[in-house]
Design a protein around this ligand. Structure first.
Ligand code: PEP
Ligand code: MG
Length: 587
């Protein structure tokens, strides 16, 4: 029987395929008591999971070197000691053998017991160490889960299937796409998560926050997903399949229409040149950026080099990646962002401690780089070495203060000096810029702009931090509003401050590639955009239809608006400055 489910569109495109369910990664605690005949097998399962968790920790320890070995290594050692604890292990075995608990329930009992001991402690530091228990037990639970779902995971990587899961890590998406998975449905998540950004790069249609999906879809159900409108049709009828075929034809048509814009200048009707750069995460993005006539790479997210692998890339490997990127762009400028690990980009790297209470407000981006300068030094050296192959600049993420930029510049100068002394060819001057994505940086920008060579506005984070709305929390999706008056004011101020100081300013958040905001950003004075290359031609089409001077004339009125109605009304006025058929206004 046909039925539909809804979520939020996160990576557009439609996909028709068989559903493959992956059970939630939250630990499923099986409370059913064991039968006598099951005890030995369950003990063996538990022991395998414990061994796996120990082996994982040992492998993680092995991977650490240099500065990392000290700080992170201590944590790992503590976790290994807990896992090796005789009492803990004997208690678990007893719970299974005598108490007839299943492994997952035994782990939960032991966790609760140990945590209550820690919670009763007077010392605040010791009390906080209950997190170590959670971390260790969580690792064993995950190992248990992996064992039971290993078969499902194998199946999930089959051609023609659509993955239905609660979450998916950015590092898991590439292998899924490579194995022929056609699309992804998640019960949680947001279109601004890094998994969604990567899905768009991989052209993998994705629907997120489809809360009912795991409860209502069965393995092997035929499903049709619409990653633009966030729709899932289970057991699609003939008219749905016809719609899907129609969409396929439209894609071809639209592709043909937009292809005509490949070699066209990006220029408003009144003749102002606008620069459209591409964001890149994967090598395929570079080829696409060239193919659609991007002005350069405005944001190269280097963390994706780190996420899709088990150990960290060294200087030589990073150098080759950056060199190929620069060569691939054939003389067009490339902006390489230093590592922005942390928050939802922590996954398999083993670099980021995942027990921070508020990872988005934690050791992320430049904060991680400055705490582990050896990491940053390796990266800066690799980038500097690539600088002799073509124009590149360096962008620093998550900056909140002038001091952070001064520290990075100091390290950059030292790296440049060392490389020159060692006889390397590097460019005479490398521009160093800051992402403006923390409100503090936007507000304090007048005081620090002179020390920056350029800035790039990261609206994905600027909106989240300005509005105190987690960009990955689907419960708050309606509060994540790039049109909030506070956001518009910060955008306008930032663009104006940089322009007055004669510093290039671009915008590289998802807003840049969304044609609903093109008129708005032009009205605020923006002339440099950076977006996923798949969106560039649409934005070019939109830009070329606008009259910029007319738009600029409406900016003040827009910034005076204090309500959403007022802002939407203002946006309607902006749309009238376009010669194109009016687009759909943001809702
Ligand atoms: C941003 O925050 O807008 C941005 C471009 O960076 P990221 O999405 O990688 O955090
Ligand atoms: Mg960001």
């Amino acid at each position: 029987m046909r039925f539909t489910l809804t979520g939020n569109g996160a990576a557009r495109g439609m996909a028709l395929g068989r559903a493959r369910l992956e059970q939630p990664s939250r630990y499923l605690i099986d409370e059913r008591p064991l039968a006598a005949g099951e005890i030995d097998a369950e003990l063996a399962r538990l022991n395998r999971a414990l061994m796996l968790a120990r082996a994982e920790l040992a492998a993680l320890r092995e991977k650490l070197h240099g500065m990392l070995a000290g700080e992170v290594g201590d944590f790992i050692d503590v976790h290994s000691l807990i896992l090796a604890d005789r009492e803990l292990n004997a208690g678990l075995a007893d719970l299974v053998r005598v108490g007839r608990y299943r492994a997952s329930a035994a782990l939960k009992m032991q966790r609760d017991r140990l945590v209550s001991v820690f919670e009763a402690m007077d010392d605040a530091y010791l009390r906080s160490r209950k997190e170590d228990i959670d971390h260790v037990i969580g690792r064993v639970q995950a190992a248990l889960m992996r064992e039971s779902s290993a078969e499902e995971r194998k199946l999930a990587a089959r051609v023609g299937e659509i993955l239905v899961s609660d979450t998916v890590a950015p590092s898991e998406l590439v292998p899924l796409a490579e194995h022929g998975v056609l699309g992804v449905v998640l019960t949680s998540g947001s279109p601004l998560s890094h998994s969604a950004i990567l899905a768009r790069s991989l052209r993998l249609p994705m629907v997120v926050a489809a809360h009912e999906a795991l409860a209502h879809i069965q393995d092997d159900d035929l499903i049709l997903i619409d990653g633009e409108h966030g729709e899932i049709i289970v057991h699609p009828a003939a008219q749905d399949i016809a719609r899907y075929r129609g969409w396929q034809r439209d894609v071809v048509q639209r592709g043909k229409r937009l292809a005509l814009l490949r070699d066209v200048d990006t220029r408003t009707r009144d003749g102002v040149q606008i620069h459209l750069h591409a964001n890149a995460e994967l090598p395929a993005d570079i080829a696409q950026a060239r193919a659609c006539g991007a002005a350069g790479i405005g944001l190269y997210r280097t963390e994706f080099l780190f996420l899709q692998r088990k150990e960290m890339p060294g200087e030589e490997e990073q150098f080759l990646a950056y060199r190929d990127l620069v060569l691939g762009m054939g003389g067009l400028p490339v902006t390489i962002r230093t590592l922005d690990l942390g928050a939802d980009k922590a996954d398999s790297s083993g670099l980021v401690l995942d027990d921070e209470d508020n990872p988005a407000l934690g050791v992320r981006g430049v904060r991680l780089s400055l705490r582990r300068p050896q990491l940053l030094i390796i990266q800066l050296r690799a980038i500097l070495r690539a600088s002799s192959y073509g124009p590149l600049r360096i962008l620093v993420p998550m900056v909140a203060s002038a001091e952070e930029m001064a520290s990075v510049r100091h390290l950059l100068n030292e790296c440049a000096r060392d490389l020159r002394t060692a006889g390397y060819e590097i460019a005479d001057h490398i521009e160093l810029g800051a992402m403006i994505e923390v409100p503090a940086a936007a507000i304090a920008l007048p005081g620090m702009i002179k020390k920056l060579d350029f800035i790039a506005i990261g609206t994905n984070d600027l909106v989240q931090y300005t509005l105190a709305v987690d960009r990955n929390n689907d419960q708050l999706a309606n509060l994540y509003d790039p049109l909030h008056p506070a956001v518009l004011k910060l955008l306008a101020q930032t663009i104006a401050t940089a322009t007055r100081a004669g510093r290039p300013v671009s915008l590289c958040g998802e807003m840049a590639g969304d044609t609903r905001y093109t008129g708005l950003l032009l009205a605020l004075g923006l002339t440099d955009f950076s977006m996923h290359p798949g969106l560039l031609l649409e934005v070019r089409e939109a830009v070329n239809a606008f009259d910029r001077s007319e738009l600029l004339g409406h900016a003040k009125m827009l910034l005076r608006a204090v309500t959403r109605e007022g802002i939407l009304h203002g946006l309607g006025r902006l749309q009238s400055c376009s010669a194109a058929v009016p687009g759909v206004a943001p809702t």
